[in-house]
Design a binder for this molecule. Structure first.
Ligand code: SF4
Ligand code: MG
Length: 289
């Protein structure tokens, strides 16, 4: 087991996150999951977009890409296609992943490309000062929803599942052991894997909604959850307004890069069987042998 700090770019610390922000907890869970799996950090690429959550990759000592807003999964797709042997992990936020990056998210799920996506969902745009996001619950407050959010939020796990992801799970920055276990399972799944990590943004979500500081905001998130294993024995009224946590969906389906490479090899064989190189300016011609 490596030392915890060996996974960090120590010279980049301290981090910029507000005191009590949940993003550090999720980052810690990812590092513990990677350590427990015994993976070589030189074979892991971390990709992020823009936002408070996306700053995580800057602190982690892996090969990292801090990309443009909403495009983390697009960059990760390129990395995975160029080097299918690498583990590719996206660290993204709810705004980054579900708003501007929403199309990349659903199409990566549809393709079942072997990328693990960890969504740090604090239900708000933190970095840009608290605008409501696609996961801000209906009626909650934000800088751009001063009278309450009139929109209804995405359930990102249901969205991922419906779009074709083969591993879907949810935990929170309160349920750290569960979160670490789920990230571990997600990394090992050969396909598009999503772990939604509900995290607290006390600075904007907690403050705008008068929930309180970091502890109160964390407890507010915890109180909204029910473990999926316990949910089946609870009456419907106990599940009203609750989010399920745990492993929510698992399936087997052909993985995109493997299918793509298989097709590429088939095209190459067809070409070799039907064409031969005749040199000169004429290049390749049909094989008439
Ligand atoms: Fe965390 Fe919110 Fe501060 Fe961003 S603004 S670092 S999400 S607490
Ligand atoms: Mg956010």
């Amino acid at each position: 087991m490596a030392e915890f700090l060996d996974y960090f770019r120590k010279e980049r610390l301290p981090h910029i996150w507000c005191p009590g922000c949940g993003h550090g907890t999720v980052t810690g869970a990812l590092v513990r999951a990677i350590d427990r799996l015994g993976l070589d950090k030189n074979n892991i690429v971390l990709v992020s977009g823009i936002g408070c959550s996306s700053r995580a990759v800057g602190y982690l000592d892996f090969d990292t890409l801090h990309t443009t807003h909403g495009r983390a999964i697009a960059f990760a797709t390129g990395v995975k296609l160029a080097r299918p042997d690498l583990k590719v992990i996206v660290m993204t936020g709810d705004g980054d992943c579900a708003a501007i990056g929403g199309n990349h998210f659903i199409h990566a799920a549809r393709r079942n490309i072997d990328i693990t996506t960890i969504i740090m969902n604090n239900s708000i745009y933190g970095m840009t000062s608290g605008q409501y996001s696609p996961t801000t619950p209906h009626g909650m407050f934000a800088t751009t929803a001063p009278y309450g959010n009139v929109e209804y939020e995405f359930d990102l796990c249901e969205l991922a599942k419906a779009a074709g992801a083969t591993y879907v799970a949810r935990a929170t920055s309160y349920h750290v052991t569960l979160l670490t276990d789920l990230i571990e399972q997600a990394i090992m799944n050969k396909g598009f894997s999503v772990v939604e990590a509900m995290t607290q943004c006390p600075t904007y979500f907690g403050r705008k909604n008068k929930i309180g500081g970091p502890v109160e905001t964390l407890n507010w998130i915890k109180d909204r959850t029910v473990n999926v294993k316990a949910a089946s024995s609870l009456p419907p009224e106990k599940l009203q307004g609750k989010m399920l946590i745990g492993e929510l969906y698992k399936a087997e389906r052909p993985e995109y890069t493997a299918s793509y490479m298989e097709m590429s090899a088939k095209v190459q064989r067809t070409y070799n069987d039907n064409f031969k190189y005749k040199g000169g300016d004429r290049g390749c011609e049909l094989n008439s042998d």
